[in-house]
Design a protein around this ligand. Structure first.
Ligand SMILES: [Zn+2]
Length: 601
């Protein structure tokens, strides 16, 4: 049995969850105030029979024991697995536990921590730190903020830090690996950060992974970061995440700004759910990091740079988050630091006025065009359609198609036709065969999740047919992990390196799973069917859970408003299930067309 299976078998979800929240038994379920959003009436449920959990409140999401721990602790699958294994007394085979690597990393965290303390002490107490102190005073930073963020100062010296750390037993090679010193010539190293204001960069668990550093005069570069190290990867780091985690969860929202000072000033003024992307535009990796904490993201963009390109990128984030991304538009040329220091109420107002990125793009594009002219209309379509085409969520895509049609006063049908020219319509090329689906029935009916993944992994061309396949449909965490990672990986080798070693065995079994030989068109048909089945399975399970909760609420005298809300959610699920049934029957009736499609040997 694999470690994953063993952990699943031994760890009990009720026992694990109750270590974090107070669960109350309610019929065959357990309920609690949701640990992921703030609420007064409990809408978080644990289902011992399915070994799953679900929040029917603001989160409206759920999962298994692994996803609970990942979300609660803000850690990745591998870390959650190890934590649960430890709790359940399951030994992790040594081949899955890169011990030497673990020891090396632990040393690097230590050396970073020692460096941060050294810099911090210099800032607070050294005469040389005076100019840094007065700079921070001029920016209005009190001592509390300076210590919260453990800000520091590096001396104008080539070897002060190197000497200090080596006297404390760290080796030169450790300093090099941590990126604290640079090798100038063979055998010659010197301090990387000199005469700068130092910003330690932490991961979500508060460990220092690297540093950002700013000059105090006009010298260049203005900002300097740690290089890529075993601990530090700029593209997946978010400045301030260690101090923002609980506020992000509580408010169920993250605000992403650009700079160190933006984050610091925001926190100092009570906007604690703010983190910084550190100078560049937000990356998909950073979005994946915040996705563990919340689906709701707002980006602070400078009015001067917010353009169609930024919007296109944001739609990518929306697809990753499976939710809308909002934009906070800053008055031209100002950054959040300026705005908040001027008047925190203005920032608060900008937050409240944040628009979904696509609505904002609509406004921005159409403001510059005369939509009464043919030229204006066609320009609007040219600019907005590519953005709409990128939206994976069909409901939202249709919403914006309709909005565009109304705006340019053209029929929805012709806008849809234009969209199809950008993105070939699946329905038009997709063959259907009931006979094939029937023949494969035994495979399709049981573990649909694995079958769907095996198809995807073995036939990369199916990646284009994944619209409508939500990560939520994979209720089993290892499967969900593979699907999420696969969406971002370009090939199998890369996928494997991105996945935790504990999942490799499962991954290999999917890659080598024997599938019946099929032609490409036939396969696409089967795959679409698979998505439909997954969706049905997901909705049915949700329906069952919801029914149990509704019965409970009615019994225990929940307020009318709460009941109505649950009922409404229940109706929504039923509607979606109805949609699945319609699609299935449409596919059945259309199946004749391709029944005689030739099969490849
Ligand atoms: Zn919740």
């Amino acid at each position: 049995m694999s470690v994953i299976d063993e952990v699943k078998q031994r760890a009990d979800i009720v026992e694990v969850v109750s270590q974090y929240v107070t669960l109350t038994k309610a019929g065959r379920t357990f309920r609690a105030l949701c640990p992921f959003h703030s609420e007064k009436h409990p809408s978080f449920f644990v289902y011992p029979e399915q070994q799953s959990w679900h929040c029917f409140g603001a989160c409206n999401t759920g999962g298994d024991i692994f996803s609970f721990i990942m979300k609660k602790q803000g850690i990745d699958f591998g870390e959650a697995l190890r934590l649960l294994a430890q709790k359940a007394g399951v030994a992790i085979p040594s081949k899955l536990e890169p011990e030497a690597e673990g020891r090396e990393k632990a040393r690097l965290y230590q050396v970073n921590e020692a460096a941060a303390q050294y810099f911090h002490n210099l800032l607070l107490n050294s005469p040389a730190g005076e100019k840094a102190r007065s700079y921070l005073a001029s920016r209005g930073l009190p001592l509390k903020t300076i210590t919260d963020f453990q800000l520091g100062f590096s001396l104008n010296s080539w070897e002060a830090l190197r000497q200090y750390l080596m006297e404390r037993g760290y080796t030169e090679s450790e300093l090099l690996t941590a990126g604290l010193v640079i090798e100038a010539e063979a055998g010659q190293t010197h301090d990387r950060f000199r005469n700068r204001l130092m910003f330690p960069i932490n991961d979500a668990r508060g460990r220092i992974t690297g540093f950002g550093a700013r000059v105090l005069d006009d010298s260049l570069p203005k900002y300097l970061n740690s290089p890529q190290t075993p601990l530090f990867d700029k593209s997946s780091s978010l400045y301030g995440i260690n101090l923002a985690t609980s506020a992000i969860r509580q408010q169920n929202m993250v605000v992403i700004v650009e700079g160190y000072m933006d984050t610091i000033t925001a926190h100092q003024n009570g906007f604690n759910n703010v983190v910084a992307s550190m100078g560049t535009s937000v990356t998909e990796k950073q979005v994946s990091v915040v996705k563990r904490l919340t689906k709701n993201m707002a980006l602070a963009l400078d009015a001067d740079v917010a353009g169609e390109e930024a919007s296109l990128r944001s739609v990518g984030y929306e697809n990753t988050l499976d939710a809308e991304v909002k934009v906070i538009i800053l008055p031209g040329g100002k950054d959040p630091d300026d705005v908040i220091r001027e008047d925190a109420r203005i920032w608060q107002k900008l937050l409240e006025e944040a628009l979904p990125v696509i609505d904002y793009t609509f406004n921005m594009v159409t403001a510059k065009l005369d939509l009464t002219t043919a030229k204006g209309k066609s320009l609007a379509v040219d600019k907005l359609l590519p953005i709409i085409a990128k939206i994976k969520d069909t409901v939202r895509q249709v919403h914006y198609l309709q909005k565009l049609a109304r705006l340019v006063k053209v029929s929805e049908r012709s806008i849809e036709a234009a969209l199809r020219r950008i993105k070939p319509d699946r329905k038009a090329t997709e063959p259907k065969s009931e006979a094939i689906a029937q023949a494969l029935h035994p495979l399709l009916s049981s573990p649909v999740e694995e079958y769907c993944l095996a198809l995807l992994l073995q036939h990369p061309e199916l990646k284009d047919s994944c619209q409508g396949l939500s990560t939520e449909y994979f209720e089993n965490s290892p499967n969900r992990e593979i699907f999420i990672t696969w969406q971002q990986a370009s090939d199998l080798a890369l996928l494997k390196t991105e996945l935790d070693t504990a999942i490799w065995e499962h991954l290999d079994s999917l890659i080598t799973k024997s599938l019946p030989p099929t032609g490409q068109t036939e396969r696409k048909y089967i795959f679409t069917d698979c998505i439909l089945r997954l969706r049905e399975k997901f909705l049915r399970s949700l329906e069952t859970k919801k029914e149990a909760v509704l019965a409970l609420e009615a019994e225990s005298g929940g307020t009318a408003a709460e009941l109505a809300k649950l009922q409404e959610q229940g109706i929504e699920v039923s509607l979606q299930l109805g949609e699945v049934f319609t699609q299935k029957s449409q596919r059945r009736s259309g199946a004749k067309e391709v029944r005689n499609e030739p099969r490849q040997p």
